[in-house]
Design a protein around this ligand. Sequence first.
Ligand SMILES: Cc1cc2nc3c(=O)[nH]c(=O)nc-3n(C[C@H](O)[C@H](O)[C@H](O)COP(=O)(O)OP(=O)(O)OC[C@H]3O[C@@H](n4cnc5c(N)ncnc54)[C@H](O)[C@@H]3O)c2cc1C
Length: 445
Amino acid sequence: MKRRNFLITPPAVALAGTAALPGLAQAAPAVITPQSRILPREGSKPRIVICGGGWGGLTAARYLRELIPNSDVVLLERNASFWSGPMSNKWLVDVVNTDFLNHDMLRPANTYGYKLLQTEVTGFERDRKLVRTAHGLVEYDYLILSGGIRNDYEAWFGNDQRAIDHTRMHFPSAYIPNAEMFALKRKVKEFKGGTLVMTLPPPPHRCPPSPYERACLIAWHIKKNKIPGKILILDPKPRVAPISMGYQLAFQELYPDIITHVPNARVQEVDPFNKRIKTAAGEFKFDDAILMPPHQAADMVWHAGLIGKDASGKPTGWADMHPRLFQANGDDSVYFVGDLMGPISDQFGHYPKSGHVANYVGRIVARNIAERVAGKPVIARLPDNLCYMMVNAEPQEEISVKFEYEVDPTGKVIQTQIDMDVRNEDMVKEDFAWARQKFQDFLAI
Ligand SMILES: Cc1cc2nc3c(=O)[nH]c(=O)nc-3n(C[C@H](O)[C@H](O)[C@H](O)COP(=O)(O)OP(=O)(O)OC[C@H]3O[C@@H](n4cnc5c(N)ncnc54)[C@H](O)[C@@H]3O)c2cc1C
């Protein structure tokens, strides 16, 4: 059967908020193909389509409905349920259980009154303001891209698909919420000893302090269970960052015989079959590994033709956008939210690719669109960032980093970084309060 003629039976389309969509069954054509227009418009209400229902997209959906009550908001998400990156390192070693991370997405859709369609976004026809999905074409007035990141294995392996597949299958990065998270948890539980290598992606990458948190918590598991194992962190950066001192103290004081941090270890060659890796800091052999390739903006930004280019014309890998309005350069109906965003300032580069920033920018973009719909001037707003990192699970102790932003007299965004290096138990309480407040904000729990 040709994919174009594929007949979709109604249960294949998971749709929330049908009460707000009178007569969808009658309005929809008998045979739905990827060329059919789905999700009929609600009269003349402005239609805002959000691609990607993670930290950023779910937040934008909620606030758009609140700020523009007369709006038709559609969220397109490929996964059946929400899975949080934040707190997932703690889940690897059972500090929190699966229910803490994994949540129903119909609840916020019904609570806040937007439509949720479980589907894959496959492309865009921006000249006709259409999103292409696995289920058909969706019209928009405003479009928000919030698809997170993709792994750039090609940077290591070129077009060697066998090496890419072997690496994904055996040494998953587990930095994108999907089955890899479960594979990594199993890997940690079944680790019998030897050298576990962790490659860190070069900046910018998703949640800069979190790979070190992962190393600490796996080291805690190794120590607790007296496993004869070591963790080798191959870091492309010249030093641990952020929270440099806090992490170095944790490595030295809590895990001196387990964690070795290797700076300036930018990956040059990976041989996943023979478990060898060549870096700028030397060659290493491993027994097991968590191989994190470089990160880039999610596929949807590439499909939209909205990836930035550097001075030499090479793709930057991240969205081409206005740094203070979050709009696509050259297409003001498209906005970016979350990790896929492009550079902000030549002082610090990108905003930290964190759930905190995605949530904050989700709210800012909703407000900016509300101002445009109301015909008001759009105000440029800045986020902040806050990340708590657990370095010890018994007793539970954390360190943290805060980033603040302001605009200097020349109009440039300036970053101030505040590291909290002294690990303590109070920060654990703050972290859990932070996570619960965020989940309440965009998951309605
Ligand atoms: C181990 C780990 C620990 C972390 N710790 C923290 C922390 O302590 N604090 C913090 O603030 N941040 C933390 N983060 C980072 C945080 O998870 C991300 O920054 C955040 O999820 C970014 O939000 P987003 O909306 O941009 O992307 P995501 O939350 O990844 O959402 C993107 C969504 O888009 C969907 N999508 C992508 N492509 C398509 C498509 N073609 N069609 C349909 N749907 C699509 C995806 O399924 C996904 O649901 C951590 C991340 C990890 C992995």
